[in-house]
Design a protein around this ligand. Sequence first.
Ligand SMILES: Nc1ncnc2c1ncn2[C@@H]1O[C@H](COP(=O)(O)OP(=O)(O)OP(=O)(O)O)[C@@H](O)[C@H]1O
Length: 376
Amino acid sequence: MDQLSAQFLTFTYRRISSMNKELINLIDISKSFDGEMVLDELHLNIHENEFLTLLGPSGCGKTTTLRILGGFVTPDKGRVVFGGQDITNMPPNKRQLNTVFQKYALFTHMNIAENIAFGLKIKNKSKNYIDDKIKYALKLVNLDGYEKRMPDSLSGGQQQRIAIARAIVNEPKVLLLDEPLGALDLKLRQDMQYELIRLKNELGITFIYVTHDQEEALTMSDTIVVMNQGYIQQIGTPETIYNEPENAFVADFIGDSNIIASMMLEDKLVSILGAKFACVDTGFGHNKPVDVVIRPEDVELTKQPEDGTIQGTVTHLIFKGVHYEMEVTANGFEWLVHSTGMFPVGTPVGIKVDPFNIQIMNKPASEDEEAVGVEE
Ligand SMILES: Nc1ncnc2c1ncn2[C@@H]1O[C@H](COP(=O)(O)OP(=O)(O)OP(=O)(O)O)[C@@H](O)[C@H]1O
């Protein structure tokens, strides 16, 4: 198992095991800008106390979805329902949602306490109420005593915590976070990921998080929604998304993978690059073109070709710290392999895969005829 898989498995304990009540329903939402379809009949249910992440490449519609939730963008079609109430046309300030953006957008001429108090003052809350809230919020984000500091005397990570503190004093039921860690360096980003998980658990509210960083999504989320070109590709727990990707896009976007055009010969038997491999999937039919996904850490290399192996040669080797990354050319395919064992370049090896680690995916209908790897 590589670092990535280990990292998200560590967090399994805190995930919602039996999902809570539905809180938000996005029902058949469509949105175009300048005649370009950005979201096409998007349907999504979000639960109470869920950490849900919208994940996908740049331009896939994540921020637009978040802005529709926040009320900053009105959908062309479809409805936004919050706690059973239609809020599609409700203005942002009336919604029980608060947004934290990538750019902290703190008021530079106000100190930290004034920044946090800003929204509460507009709502005419009493001084005592506001002071209590400031203390409470600063404690939650681990910045007690920072009331009098000015924003430009804080680090990026601290400023982002203040932006979060400012959002949570409004007691939203949902926090919308648009790449809030995007501007931070890697180490700080990782620390803040833990902070956000803790914060969400302490507050007991729903977090809807936008990122294009798959590792961040795997680390933090109860549920990941993988999006591409305005469509939801898959919704699932990090484990499901990583181990059982439903299509080649998801498999390719989440972590490294070997995606191989193959042929399902019969239930539990697949022909990969001309060799027969036992697998566990059923119901794909006979002699049906499929895509097979095998994660690099699930490829086992053997010194001698064995039954159920393909023979190949190691063509690249890189030391990655926790594992070696190798490329093995076998039956015309470049296999990506992560292994704690090292095989020097030029070594002949056998490739073996446990049946449970072979993930079968239906090919899109239009690609059926292009399938390769047929051999009886
Ligand atoms: N107000 C707007 N006017 C015109 N086009 C827009 C507007 N907002 C978004 N778009 C376009 O809609 C598409 C989706 O944008 P969106 O910001 O939702 O993507 P994203 O997945 O959040 O991307 P990124 O990760 O780069 O922020 C993009 O092509 C973008 O240019």
